[in-house]
Design a binder for this molecule. Structure first.
Ligand code: ATP
Length: 504
């Protein structure tokens, strides 16, 4: 299967089977937004739950928070997002595409270029030699480009019941102002009660550092974790749910003693890489890519992207950064509240006296949950050739999702819709519900079609209740990947599924 084909097939399966829908589809859709359907939301929640389990529940040194999406505007001034969270925006003068300069296809000076005047539908072919711009339009391949403008990616909105535009109109309605004066006054009015949707979840962990450390008596090294929505007004949304304007992140800030950051950076990078791989079939599709010096933020002393080989090439899945003490220092300066830590057991390296107050350094593993959903769908999609019951050649589509991530852990299937088989099947379903295991009761269509349906949505086990069940209290359990079936006591079905899912 070629790579574009794979993405197309996953997109089509997601719509057909209720994983992902286009947002506001009946109104023509909103290009950069997607809705998770009944199966997509289960997959997403399972990934998030696994992350929470390993990052928070299974560790003494990490606690979680769930902070507001809207934060005080000073947060974004301190973090640098107001001044610098921008991408270089460029317009193609030939085909009118708007794109990010740093993500555009590279073209070294002297490279031969060929493109259509007027864009894709143009007829006149133009041959050119790349000048020193360094990149070309991702859409038409030309170098007729506008200059780069910095575009702030934070979504701005306003808070409070006072409409700042009232005062603005009052102030300017009888004046004759130049374009730039008008713009300046409008900008000032809008900014007066502006707030921003968070472009990352991380800042709340810095801002709540003291509250969390003190209420939970946390000792350095310790971490604060959070999952939730983030918003970025991306210049180009691309590759389905890979880059959207509204997405979910799973981030952790791990506060460490100055001087120990290199050790913890390696520790978290390895831990995060191993975490992703344990759920994937293709473990070679992950790599760690260290940031070049030019990519590294000025305050960071290391940054490695955990990348996945998507159908269009390697791309980021998670960033692991060693952020020094930059964030806590900046928020201390901006707020006037000292965000530091006092270690009674350690001597101050400067004075040699017992008791050391310092600003912790931070290691940040910042993962994308929305991107995680896409990666596991791409990783799981498989087709197998076979023959059906009538001897016809057919293709079996299987979503080989890790059982712990699969939306349903099992499908409970009465062989027929009669002879008390549905009642017996519903009794099994009730046991699973009581145990908190998500299963699907399914009695629609023939058993073969039902197996195929559950293979396609990644259900690892199908439990079939047939006439023999009523006689000897046994059921068949079918494995999604091998299609092997075995008979087990109905009373053991729950434990068998629970054990196999836990040990997968
Ligand atoms: P990229 O280079 O792809 O723009 P980034 O370096 O800006 O990503 P971070 O700020 O490090 O991303 O955010 C951490 C993670 O959040 C990313 O690794 C990615 O998984 C996810 N993420 C960031 N932006 C988006 C987006 N627009 N849509 C979906 N996920 C995103």
């Amino acid at each position: 299967m070629n790579d574009q084909n794979l993405l197309d097939k996953v997109v089509s399966l997601c719509k057909r089977r209720g994983f992902v829908f286009q947002s506001s589809e009946i109104y023509g859709g909103l290009k950069s937004a997607y809705d998770f359907g009944p199966l997509g939301v289960e997959l997403k929640r399972n990934i998030a739950a696994e992350w929470w389990k390993t990052t928070v529940h299974e560790r003494e040194d990490v606690v979680g928070i769930d902070a507001s999406i809207m934060m005080h505007p000073s947060v974004w001034r301190a973090s640098g997002h107001l001044a610098g969270f921008s991408d270089p925006l460029v317009d193609c003068l030939n085909c009118k595409e708007r794109f990010r300069a740093d993500k555009a296809p590279r073209a070294a000076p002297g490279t031969a270029l060929s493109y259509l005047k007027g864009g894709k539908k143009g007829e006149q072919k133009v041959e050119a030699i790349a000048a020193d711009r360094g990149y070309v339009c991702p859409q038409c391949g030309c170098q007729e480009l506008s200059s780069e403008r910095q575009f702030n990616m934070m979504f701005r909105t306003s808070i409070g019941s006072v409409d700042p535009l009232e005062d603005f109109v009052e102030e300017v309605h009888s004046k004759i102002l130049s374009k730039s004066e008008l713009r300046e006054k409008l900008e000032a009015a809008v900014k007066s009660n502006a707030i921003y949707l968070r472009p990352e979840t991380a800042q709340a962990m810095f801002v709540q550092f003291l509250n969390v450390q003190q209420t939970m008596s946390m000792k350095v090294p310790f971490g604060i974790a959070q999952q939730g929505k983030s918003f970025r007004n991306e210049i180009t949304t691309e590759h389905y749910i890979f880059r959207c304007c509204e997405f979910e992140q799973m981030e952790m800030e791990y506060f460490v003693e100055p001087g120990t950051q290199a050790h913890w950076f390696d520790y978290w990078l390895n831990a995060r890489l191993a975490w992703w791989k344990q759920f994937a079939n293709n473990k070679n599709a992950f790599r760690a890519r260290a940031h070049e010096k030019t990519e590294l933020a000025f305050y960071a002393d290391a940054c490695v992207d955990i990348e996945y080989e998507y159908p269009w090439g390697w791309g980021e899945l998670e960033g692991v950064a060693s952020r020094t003490n930059y964030d806590l220092t900046r928020h201390s300066e901006e707020s006037g509240v000292k965000l530091s830590y006092f270690d009674q057991q350690k001597p101050d390296p400067k004075t040699g006296k017992m008791g050391w107050r310092y600003t912790p350094y931070v290691i940040e593993p910042a993962a994308g949950l929305t991107r995680g959903v896409l990666l596991f769908l791409l990783d799981a999609y498989a087709e197998e050739k076979g023959v059906d019951a009538e001897g016809q050649e057919k293709t079996r589509v299987i979503l080989k999702l890790h059982p712990r991530l699969a939306p349903f852990k099992a499908a409970i299937l009465p062989l027929m819709k009669k002879d008390n088989l549905p009642e017996a099947a519903r009794a099994v379903v009730a046991d699973f519900y009581k145990a908190g295991i998500n299963v699907s009761y399914d009695e629609q269509q023939g058993i073969g079609k039902r197996y195929a349906r559950h293979d396609e949505i990644g259900t690892p086990y199908c439990i079939t209740i047939d006439h023999q069940t009523l006689q000897d209290q046994t059921v068949t359990i079918r494995d999604r990947d091998t299609t092997q079936q075995e008979r087990i006591p109905v009373a053991a079905a729950l434990e068998v599924v629970r054990k196999r899912v836990a040990q997968a």
